[in-house]
Ligand binder design. Structure first.
Ligand code: PEP
Ligand code: MN
Length: 350
């Protein structure tokens, strides 16, 4: 249930409402917008009459949240969630382009790629060190050694790092190194992992499961949010359909649908969505035109010899071209590409 405070409600009145919510055995989630303070009372609310809160001083109105996800819903948080990420923001006017290899394969590879993607206009670096491979015999990632290389790449370029976490046993290690915890498609409904990352205050990039509905994605986001971690980005990465021409089918619909259902930023991964380097730029352009807040793109200096996902990885030059096109579409959408310490403009480097 949402308790919407009057615009002139005092801090004491807000505090009093919070005390009453706790007394009813519910948890409190405060959403302080520019104009309105909304207090979420989350838990078993169906037996609690709204009048219990309506009578309190400073309360304008009490609404039940109709969706099964509460904290993730736009009803609870009407404004877009915008959160800072080392020098830029996600979810606002800026479009975040996260790029890098599927897997960190070695020091030179990741450092070289980091410089290349930064020069091309990326604002964050991706790279997996624990890989969710379909076969146990495929390359599984470099583990902590890979995190060390990523940290060095960040030091040299200033790009924050986005890395997939596969299990809660990796959490202590990961939060020491990474700027964004990626939850992969295969773990979207690993509820213990979602709860564990919800306990941290490290931003999360939550990928849609291979066969998950939009509502299931939002319910997974709810797990993270309910732990108090409000910095969740959602990622559409293609879903399984009958179509075999591409690795997955990009659900472009998901972008405007998610933007209307939730206040959380929405990112698109055109690499896993298509599985082919040749199609990545087209889908990246479509995503920004559809209203996505960012992209996560696989880039490799030598895709033919990549340890994973080479077929869908762009070479740095192709990525740079893609960024230029996306930058122009961003302008049409009255947005701009996020930059870290640099000065990328749609006209090139300033
Ligand atoms: C990845 O980002 O490399 C990855 C494994 O993605 P997904 O979880 O979307 O398959
Ligand atoms: Mn990959």
């Amino acid at each position: 249930m949402m308790i919407i405070m009057k615009p002139n409600a005092t801090p004491q009145q807000v505090e009093n409402v919070i005390t009453h919510i706790k007394a009813a055995g519910l948890s409190v989630h405060l959403s302080q917008g520019v104009e309105t303070t909304i207090i979420g009372a989350i838990g078993e609310t169906h037996n609690i009459p709204t009048e219990r809160f309506e009578v309190l001083d400073g309360v304008q109105e009490v609404q039940r949240i109709t969706k099964p996800y509460k904290l993730a819903s736009r009803q609870f948080h009407p404004e877009n969630s915008v959160f800072p990420l080392d020098g830029f923001t996600v979810g606002g006017e800026e479009i975040a382009i996260i790029a890098g290899p599927c897997s960190v394969e070695g020091r030179t590879q990741i450092i070289e790629t980091a410089h290349a993607v930064k020069e091309a206009g990326a604002c964050a670096l991706r790279g997996g060190v624990f890989k969710p491979r379909t076969s146990p015999y495929s390359f599984q990632g470099l583990g902590e050694e890979g995190l060390e290389y990523l940290a060095e790449a960040r030091e040299q370029t200033g790009l924050p790092i986005v890395v997939e976490i596969m299990s809660q046993t990796q959490l202590d290690l990961m939060v020491r190194y990474v700027d964004v915890l990626q939850i992969g498609a295969r773990n979207m409904q690993n509820f213990n992992l979602l709860r564990a990352v919800g306990e941290t205050r490290t931003p999360v990039l939550l990928k849609r499961g291979l066969s998950a509905t939009i509502e299931e994605l939002l319910m997974s986001a709810e797990y993270v949010l309910s732990g108090g971690n409000k910095q969740v980005m959602l990622c559409e990465r293609g879903i399984r359909t009958f179509e075999t021409a591409t690795r997955n089918t990009t659900d472009i619909n998901a972008i405007p649908v998610l933007k209307s259902l939730t206040h959380l930023p929405v990112i698109l991964d055109p690499s896993h969505a298509t599985g082919h380097a040749d199609y990545v730029a087209a889908i990246a352009r479509a995503a920004i035109a559809a209203g996505a807040d960012g992209l996560i793109v696989e880039v490799h200096p030598d895709p033919a010899n990549a340890a994973s996902d080479g077929k869908q990885s762009l070479k740095p030059e192709a990525f740079a071209n893609m960024v230029k096109q996306v930058g122009q579409i961003a302008q049409i959408m009255e947005r701009r590409l996020a930059v870290v310490h640099g000065a990328y403009t749609p006209h090139g480097w300033a």
